[in-house]
Ligand binder design. Sequence first.
Ligand code: SF4
Length: 418
Amino acid sequence: MISRRKTRQVSVGDARTGVVRIGGDATVSVQSMTSGYTYDVDACVAEINKLAAAGADLVRVAVPEKKDTAALREILPRVQVPVVADVHFHFQRALEAIDAGVHKIRLNPGNISDRAQVKDVIQACKAKRLPIRIGVNEGSIVERRDKQLRMKELGGVFSANKNGHFLAIMVAKLEEYLEIFQAEDFHDVVISAKSIDPLLVVDAYKVISERFDYPLHLGVTHAGPKETGTIRSVVPLGHLLASGIGDTIRISYANDPIYEVQDGLELCYCLGLRDRIGAELIACPTCGRIQVDLFTLVQDVRKQLAKEIRLPIKVAVMGCVVNGPGECEGADIAIFAGDRRGIIYVQGEKVANVPEEQILEKLLDECRAFQAKVERGEAKLGEKKVDVLPPDPIGELGSGWEKIEKEKGAGRGLPVLK
Ligand code: SF4
């Protein structure tokens, strides 16, 4: 169990969308952001609802223009999750979004710094009891208008201690901004301090978590494509969450935001910070012992489980009996593959031995049946009924090598590796 840092708590949402709590003893929430234009009402509603259906607790939308905040009036009654308006440059957009009924505002001190304007937004949020995220970001933290100040700040950016310098600017600007909120006696605040550099993200949130007791929104800014952005995001966010720091997260990819939600949830599941919804899939990476097309099987199983299984059933798909028994003992449903066959177990009990082409359907049948039994109260998740006796790799599963050698001789190589 991770012991989490205690913070203040804010509430986001209303009776219709449900209220998401951030900070305090609330579960870590997962956010995402739409990638389309907010003023395109139907597309925006569809994207928000798609992200909500995937498990997003909150969805943020950009409101760069008046037509975007105007669209919120039509969007908000049609969506199922609290919506955050992301405001940059124009404080009026924040006031319009608040007026339209948005559930939370995000302000960036790097581009809305006028004290009177910030005060107006704070007062409008106070009147409607809406929280504000103060989000500093490496990309917009360095002064742009005041040339002298810019040169001074940039000097440090190009120094050997670049991260230490950025961190100092982030903390100073947060402190300065928070003074405005404290002067207005406004404390429904969430803080973020994002960078593209995972090490700076870790350092920034550690320092901020010691200085302020506001809940923290974790994220790596501009993490890039999913292929590389996953590691860039999960390393610092996982480290911080495992250290008890972080109350809400957004993983950001240059890709369909649905992946942000899926990976954010998976990160929380892996750390035991949320109760898993849907099946957990364990699979071996395969090696020279493999005798079925396990990669295809694993992907097919993954897709079907995501569609059909609601309960956190643990499913193990193992390429052979070497590690299979150990994994099988911790899984509700397991399969050991052999020579184009698979032996399927339910809570340790052997239930089928089928040829490769039937493994997927039989495994899914067993998952569906097991889910129904759990729902009827006839079985319990995670309960091992019998010790797993590994199948005989020569007998029940067949060695396969003889057959493979024959096929190699016929110039066909190892047919299972496509
Ligand atoms: S389970 Fe078998 S096939 Fe899979 S990686 Fe382990 S030894 Fe290789």
